[in-house]
Structures are given as C-alpha cells and as structure tokens.
Write a protein that binds this ligand. Structure first.
Ligand code: NAP
Length: 321
C-alpha cells in the first residue's frame, strides 16, 4: 500500500485529493497547522471521515517536517498548504511570502537529506504569470507576477525546478488555474457570489457587493483538477504542468449566470471600487495540451456546467441545514 502525505488538508483541494487517493488504495496522512483547524465537516461531506490520519505539522519548522517524514515514510507528498488568497496577500505580504516559500524549502531539504525517493507535488499557481504578453499561457511563458501571492508561488516554483535539476529528485509543479467547488472557502469570488445570491433569494441579504467584474479568468472544477495532481506524480518523469480549462470567462458573466439561475434582479449587483485589486490582470487563460498529452488528463467542462453543479450543491446544503 502506498502512503501519501497531503499538507493543507483543511483547505478546498485537500479533502478531494484525499478521497481520490483513498479510492486508489493509499494510506492518507493529512497535515494541519493546528488540530484546532480540523474541519471534519468537509471529510463528512465527502464520506471520508475517520479515514485520513491527521497530524499537526508546522511547515516553518524543518525538524517537524523531518519527524513526520520519518514517522510515515511516505511515497508521495502533495504540498497544498499555502496562504492562498491573492487579496489577503496584499494585506499580509510578509506572512504570505515567508510561509509559502519556507514551507517548500523545508520539504525539499528534508527530502534531499533524508528521503530522496519521495515524490513531491508542489501546488503552483497561474498567478505566477501575472501580466503576460501572449496567451494562452504555457509552461514556458515568462513570469511577471503582480501580487505578493504570485511572487511567493514563483519563488517556490523555481526552488522545485532547481532541486529537480541539481539533485535529480522527483519533484514536480502543478500550475493550477482557478478551480472551484462546494468546499471552497467563503472569501473566494465564485463561492461568495453563489452564497450571497442564495442569501438574497432567501431574503437575508439585500445586495451582492463585488469588486471589478470586467476581468476574465480561466476557471475549472476542483474534483477534476486533483486528479491531475495525482497523475503528475504517476508520470514517468518529474516535470511541470499547466492545469486549466483553456478558456477564460468574464466575472460579470458568472454573476449574471447565477442571478439568472436564481431569478434575481440584476440591479442588486453592486461593484465597489474599494474592492478592486491594486494591480489587476485583465484576462488570463492557459494551454493544457501538455497535461492532456503526457498525463492523459482530459478536461472538457464548461464553467457554466460547473456553476450548475455548485449552485445545486449550495442550494441542497442550504436546505439541509
Ligand atoms: P486553501 O483552501 O486556501 O487551503 C490552503 C491550506 O493551507 C489550508 O489547509 C490552510 O490551513 C493552509 N495554510 C494556509 N496558511 C497556512 C500557514 N501559514 N501555515 C500552515 N498552513 C497554512 O487552498 P486550496 O484551494 O485547497 O489550494 C491548494 C493549494 O493550491 C494552495 O497552495 C493554493 O495556493 C494552490 N492553488 C489553488 C488554486 C485554486 O484555485 N484553488 C489555484 C492555484 C493554486 P488553514 O485551514 O488552517 O488556514
């Protein structure tokens, strides 16, 4: 039986990845910064409660990382832990940069020194590319991040490639574009739009307040994207892959689709300039052909299909509460 460690198990992707790995027969160890952050609801939601071994792990502390690696001797580590909000990274630039880079350095050094056979997946982000001159984004597109989060992910991306090239380790980057699910935290755009719109429909909120809607993003579905993470570590050779839908969608179209679905008056959409980001990218979409060809990862969902699933899940769960 293979053993996998997933860091950041309390986030959106961790529980979906844990479910996938359990279905594939892995023993799964999930790590958290504190036992107080255990969100058993997400495990229950996916029917995997009591099947993931939970460990407290401070990724800032290399001794702690070594301890966990020696305790479980994993075959694979999926490093999902990160301060992952672009917006918050402008408010907490130092914390974001420090955690998102040192955590990766500690994992890489621990693997290099003590367990070089471990395969490591690093959750990299499209935000590393930032302002680009040419689209779609491929793995060779020059990076020009425009947020502290993007800068932190770029630094750890290059630590991964440096360790791979210098020490011949099996360490890979999955460069994920935005992906959404019912388990997304409430501070992310799509989740917030759906939840607030349902609240308007139910009469508990009077309007939807959002930032700049004139930007386009490449959005996908988290349960399908975690499959790509697993495939990246099953590949013959460590490498870096763009994981995206290949199309961008205007944020305004997302909001209007949700409002139409729920039959809400669009005059209740309010764009608040205070919520605009200091340095916004207008449009971004990627090219997933390398993942399709090498990993045999296929993704054909339109984001409107994803929205249908997310709205239905949110409505079902709102009515079950
Ligand atoms: P998420 O929901 O924000 O989860 C991130 C995880 O990291 C949480 O378990 C969180 O723990 C943990 N974490 C945050 N700050 C930490 C800190 N200072 N110390 C220890 N743990 C910390 O993220 P996700 O959506 O699952 O994404 C997984 C990974 O993919 C992240 O690295 C993210 O940056 C990257 N990514 C995500 C997307 C996307 O669209 N979802 C796109 C590109 C890349 P708490 O619960 O305790 O806060």
């Amino acid at each position: 039986m293979k053993t996998a460690i997933i860091t950041g198990i309390s986030g959106q992707d961790g529980p979906y990845l844990a479910k996938l790995l359990l279905e594939k027969g892995y023993k799964v160890v999930g790590t958290l910064r504190s036992y107080r952050c255990v969100n058993t609801k997400n495990f229950e939601y996916l029917g995997i409660e009591n099947r993931v071994t939970i460990e407290e792990l401070d990724l800032h502390d290399m001794a702690n990382v070594i301890r966990i690696i020696q305790k479980y001797r994993p075959d694979e580590i999926y490093n999902l832990a990160a301060q992952s909000s672009v917006g918050l990274s402008f408010e907490q630039p130092i914390g974001t940069f420090t955690f998102n880079t040192i955590s990766v350095n500690n994992l890489l050094e621990s693997i290099r020194l003590f367990s070089p056979s471990i395969k490591l997946y690093q959750a990299s982000s499209s935000e590393m590319y930032g302002r680009v001159e040419k689209m779609p984004i491929t793995i060779n597109t020059p990076m020009h991040p425009v947020s502290p989060y993007g800068v932190s992910k770029m630094a750890s991306y290059f630590m991964i490639t440096t360790y791979r090239e210098s020490y011949n380790l099996f360490v890979s980057n999955g460069v994920m574009f935005n992906h959404e699910s019912y388990l997304r935290s409430n501070n992310f755009f799509v989740k917030k739009v759906i939840r607030d719109s349902i609240a308007i429909k139910n009469g508990t909120l009077d309007k939807l307040v959002v930032g700049n809607l004139n930007v386009k993003r490449d959005f996908g579905y988290a349960p399908a994207y975690v499959e790509a993470m697993w495939k990246i570590l099953q590949s013959d050779k460590a490498d870096d892959f763009i994981i995206c839908s290949g199309k961008s969608i205007l944020l305004r179209d997302i909001v209007e689709y949700v409002f139409n679905f729920l039959n809400i008056d669009k005059r209740l959409i309010v764009e608040d300039k205070n919520l605009f980001r200091p340095n916004e990218i207008e449009d971004i979409y990627g090219d997933n052909s390398k993942a399709r060809e090498i990993l045999d990862w296929n993704y054909d969902m339109s984001f409107f299909e994803v929205l249908d699933i997310l709205i239905e899940e949110e409505l079902n769960n709102a009515s079950n509460k």
